[in-house]
Design a protein around this ligand. Structure first.
Ligand code: FES
Ligand code: FES
Length: 167
C-alpha cells in the first residue's frame, strides 16, 4: 500500500506492507534511527515520537495509521542548526547516561512544554511515566525539563519571569 505523511516538516510517500509498524517505517524506510526500538511490547517508551504534537509509542502504531498525519522525531527537534531548549536542557543537567531512552524522553518533554510551559515536578514525572530509564533515576531528566522550561528561547535567553526552577 502507499502511504503519505509529513515527517519533520517534509512530505514523504512510500510503498509499504500494511503490517509495518511506525517505528520500523521511521527507522528502516526513512533511515531516521534516532527513534529507538526497545521492547516491542509497549512498555519501555523509547520509541516515542510525536504524532500531531502528541507523544505516541511508535511500536504500537501501524505506519498506515500515521498516514496523513504530522510526525516529529528526535531528528526534527533542532531547527536551523540550533538545539531545542529540551536538548540543551539534557546537556546542561546531564539528563542522560547511555542515551537509549533519551530521544523519547525529549519528545515527550517537548510535547509537555508546548502544552504546559511551566510544569512542576509532578507534572513532568506524570508526562514521562510511560517511559523507562534504566540509568538516571529520573532526577536529572526532571531537572533537564525544568531547565528547558526556564530557558524557552535557549541558553542565555531565559524568560526572566520564569527562571525559578520548581522542586
Ligand atoms: S519499543 Fe515501543 S514501548 Fe518499547
Ligand atoms: S539514559 Fe540509559 S536508559 Fe535512560
Amino acid at each position: 500500500m502507499q502511504i503519505s505523511m509529513t515527517v519533520n516538516g517534509t512530505d514523504v510517500t512510500s510503498e509499504i506492507e500494511p503490517r509495518v509498524l511506525l517505528v520500523h517505517y521511521i527507522r528502516e524506510v526513512l533511515g531516521l534511527t534516532g527513534t529507538h526500538w526497545g521492547c516491542d511490547t509497549s512498555n519501555c517508551g523509547t520509541c516515542v515520537v510525536l504524532m500531531d504534537g502528541q507523544p505516541v509509542k511508535s511500536c504500537t502504531v501501524l505506519a498506515a495509521m500515521a498516514a496523513g498525519h504530522d510526525i516529529r522525531t528526535v531528528e526534527g527537534l533542532a531547527t536551523g542548526g540550533t538545539l531545542d531548549p529540551v536538548q540543551q536542557g539534557f546537556m546542561e543537567e546531564h539528563g542522560l547516561q547511555c542515551g537509549f531512552c533519551t530521544p523519547g524522553m525529549m519528545l515527550t518533554a517537548r510535547a509537555l512544554l508546548d502544552k504546559n510551559p511551566h510544569p512542576d515536578d509532578t507534572e513532568i514525572r506524570q508526562a514521562i511515566s510511560g517511559q523507562i530509564c534504566r540509568c538516571t533515576g529520573y532526577a536529572t531528566i526532571v531537572r533537564s525539563v525544568q531547565w528547558a522550561a526556564a530557558h524557552p528561547a535557549g541558553p542565555g535567553l531565559e524568560d526572566a519571569a520564569d527562571t525559578e526552577v520548581k522542586a
